[in-house]
Ligand binder design. Structure first.
Ligand code: HEC
Length: 97
């Protein structure tokens, strides 16, 4: 087996481990590469900072996770997070109300 053959399995093994944390700043780190350090969005990737209420944010992530909202990547990403972690991400990114 060469590296190219085992890499997908290594990534599968690491991804759930990364999603174990309950530190909102660490959780949000996984979003920043695409949505921007401040969640401001760019290059066609939507703004997520202060763009939704907490309830809307949670509903969006849950819909991505359940394949009920059209997505290129967010369906796969959302599947890596528990309800508790989604609530933490909502607290980090959603509008205070
Ligand atoms: C690989 C790039 C990428 C990463 C990483 C990423 N996103 Fe996204 N996000 C997208 C794209 C692209 C969309 C538009 C839907 C789609 O095509 O999947 C989106 C859409 C969203 C939306 C819906 C916004 C709206 O108003 O419709 C939310 C909320 C969101 N992402 C939250 C997150 C959170 C929270 C994380 C980190 C856990 C994250 N995203 C990580 C690329 C990314």
């Amino acid at each position: 087996m060469n590296v190219r053959q085992i890499l997908p399995f290594l990534l599968l093994a690491v991804a759930p481990a990364l999603a174990q944390t309950s530190d909102p700043a660490v959780l949000a780190g996984a979003c920043q590469g695409c949505h921007g350090v401040a969640g401001q969005g760019s290059h066609g990737i939507p703004l997520i900072k202060d763009a939704h209420s907490r309830a809307e944010f949670v509903a969006l992530l849950q819909a991505f996770r359940a394949n009920q909202r059209e997505a290129t990547v967010m369906g796969r990403i959302a599947r890596g997070y528990t309800d508790e972690q989604i609530a933490l991400l909502a607290a980090h990114y959603a509008r205070a109300q």
